[in-house]
Design a protein around this ligand. Structure first.
Ligand SMILES: [Zn+2]
Ligand SMILES: [Zn+2]
Length: 190
């Protein structure tokens, strides 16, 4: 088993949304996703002038809940996040630290799509932690979302190019699955 994904609810996030994100990221990256106990977000991440929270401060805070075993971390918060150069961000990732973050603060607009938007953003940010860059294909989950229309238009799947790049970066697990599949095939043919 490769590195698991640990989902960290930052604040009181809807349990159904968390479970759906866990299921979908686990399928996308072919690994187990576990849900950590809820963490109270850091008030020191709050910026009074902007009335928003620093996404970078959240990423640093999450490093503290990594635990002993290596995990990829995915934080989910309901507060609005910013980074210095942008008005807001839907998410952020630290590739080197294997930490990703999603804010669902803006996903309720237009209603009924919050979960779908959270899933796409979670897969996108975790994709960065596997070294994937932004993709020009506006249907690919690695496409950069400037706004919610972009998020709604793209799928939760990787395009062929990104999927190939991802497969080379996901360690051993996939090889094991492949070997097992081939083995089954042999048995079936016999
Ligand atoms: Zn991105
Ligand atoms: Zn792509």
């Amino acid at each position: 088993m490769g590195e698991r994904i640990k989902i960290v609810p930052l604040g009181d996030i809807d349990g159904g949304l968390i479970m759906e994100v866990a299921t979908q990221v686990s399928m996308s990256f072919g690994t187990t996703a576990i849900v950590n106990e809820m963490q109270q977000y850091h008030e020191s991440a709050y910026n009074r002038q902007r009335n928003q929270y620093s996404a970078e401060a959240f990423l640093r805070f999450m490093e503290g809940v990594r635990g002993e075993t290596p995990h990829r971390l995915l934080g989910i918060t309901d507060v609005d996040l910013y980074i210095p150069d942008l008005n807001y961000v839907f998410g952020l990732a630290d590739e080197a630290g294997s930490v990703a973050l999603v804010s669902i603060a803006r996903f309720k607009k237009g209603s009924g799509r919050s979960v779908e938007r959270a899933v796409k953003t979670a897969i996108h940010e975790l994709g960065h932690t596997y070294g994937l860059a932004h993709c020009n294909n506006n249907r690919c989950v690695m496409y950069f979302s400037y706004n919610l229309s972009d998020t709604d238009y793209k799928g939760k799947e990787f395009c062929i190019k990104c999927r190939k790049a991802l497969d080379t970066r996901i360690p051993s697990d996939r090889d094991k699955v492949k070997i097992r599949d081939e083995h089954i095939k042999e048995v079936m043919c016999a």
